[in-house]
Write a protein that binds this ligand. Structure first.
Ligand SMILES: NC(=O)c1ccc[n+]([C@@H]2O[C@H](COP(=O)([O-])OP(=O)(O)OC[C@H]3O[C@@H](n4cnc5c(N)ncnc54)[C@H](O)[C@@H]3O)[C@@H](O)[C@H]2O)c1
Length: 350
């Protein structure tokens, strides 16, 4: 187990990478704690919740809404929750995002923690204090920055995670390696087979490195006014793609990272060999780096509209995270007209 502390202005959040759900009673005693989980996790792990008050929500991006927050907080009132109550989310990114938001606004905010159960949430969603819900089909439009007291990344629980969700989460791992450092990237390249075979030691290592990387960025820029924006590598196109094609988050981000690598080459920032290396790693881990496999030239305007309604859009240009090398991200403002041209070239194979 590796304990990583995220030190912020007025608090410390602790991430226990390789911790266990069995630590829950010690960290959050049942008398004060309400658990929020989803149907799948409740079915598989309800015995671990014995003695706790539990709120079970549905699954899928469609339930990440204010209605679900209202359901959770109404149930908390029925359970007699007050300002001294503690909320624990047990689940993937969706449960953690919603429950973290509910805890942050319930009676102006109560303390909360996460038992993170998917690869995506262990490496990304539950680290960094972003909590929120979607609004009118727009992702994460309502939300807060607020850190959980603790995050437990229980690797054993990943054994019940469906394969497609495991692969989905690898996308954010590759993203951290592309942004972080060459050693991490090489570790993934050298351990492709072990990653695919779900070797526990390798899983622990890539989750630990991803969390350490994200923690270092969040400590520097908790509210995303500067460097934290780099974590959006692949997300500008990825979020647009998620909107128009209903592709799982990680798969959309993978195609977005592939496009970002190709754009970086087109804009003379990155050499072609490096882009090929990034795209090969994405493809070899069961994801697909090729945007052309998801959209065609006819979808360009739809994709641009979807990208433009994203939070990262500023006026007639979009903030893009591009790469000069592995470990060397840059933020570039790209005019919508230029984006149209880059997408056209990419989708026409120019
Ligand atoms: N807050 C952030 O910083 C941040 C960062 C990245 C992504 N996100 C958000 O995270 C969400 C996606 O997270 P996700 O991919 O974890 O999705 P998810 O929470 O929907 O989990 C995926 C599926 O796997 C199931 N599952 C999770 N853990 C399981 C386990 N151990 N065993 C069996 N089944 C399990 C869930 O029930 C669900 O059906 C998106 O809404 C995205 O916007 C947030």
């Amino acid at each position: 187990m590796k304990e990583i502390q995220i030190r912020l202005e007025n608090r410390i959040s602790t991430v226990r990478v390789g911790g266990s759900i069995n630590e829950l009673p010690e960290l959050a005693p049942p008398e004060k704690t309400i658990i929020v989980t989803d149907e799948n996790l409740n079915r598989l792990y309800h015995e671990k919740f014995s003695g706790y008050r539990v709120i079970v929500i549905g699954t899928g991006e469609g339930i990440k809404t204010v209605n679900t927050v209202e359901e959770i907080t109404s149930k908390m009132i029925q359970y007699g929750a007050d300002r001294s109550s503690f909320l624990v989310a047990v689940g993937g990114g969706i449960v953690c995002d919603i429950a973290g938001f509910a805890a942050s606004i319930f009676m102006r905010g109560i303390r909360f923690g996460f038992i993170s159960t998917s690869v995506l949430s262990q490496v990304d969603a539950s680290v960094g204090g972003k909590n929120g819900v979607n609004l009118g089909g727009l992702k994460n439009m309502l939300g807060v920055f607020n850190q959980p007291d603790f995050v437990i990344c229980d690797h054993e629980m990943l054994s019940t995670l469906p394969d497609v969700e495991y692969t989905n989460g690898l996308s954010e791992v590759i993203k951290s390696a592309c942004l972080g450092d060459t050693q991490f990237f090489e570790f993934l390249e050298e351990n492709k087979n072990q990653i695919l075979e779900k070797d526990m030691d390798v899983i622990h290592e890539f989750i630990k490195r991803s969390v350490m990387f994200k923690a270092s960025i969040v400590e520097e820029d908790e509210k995303e006014s500067g460097i934290r924006k780099i974590l959006n590598l692949g997300h500008t196109i990825g979020h647009g793609l998620e909107k128009i094609k209903s592709i799982p988050h990680g798969f959309a981000i993978a195609a977005g990272m592939g496009a970002a690598a190709e754009f970086s080459v087109k804009l003379n920032l990155l050499n072609k060999d490096c882009a090929i290396r990034i795209m090969s790693l994405i493809d070899s881990l069961g994801l697909d780096s090729n945007l052309k496999n998801f959209v065609s030239e006819e979808n360009i305007e739809e994709l641009i509209t979807a990208i433009s309604s994203d939070k990262k859009k500023q006026g007639a240009s979009v903030d893009f995270i591009l790469l000069e090398d592995i470990g060397r991200p840059v933020i570039k403002k790209i005019e919508i007209t230029k984006l149209r041209e880059l997408l056209g070239d990419l989708l026409n194979g120019v």
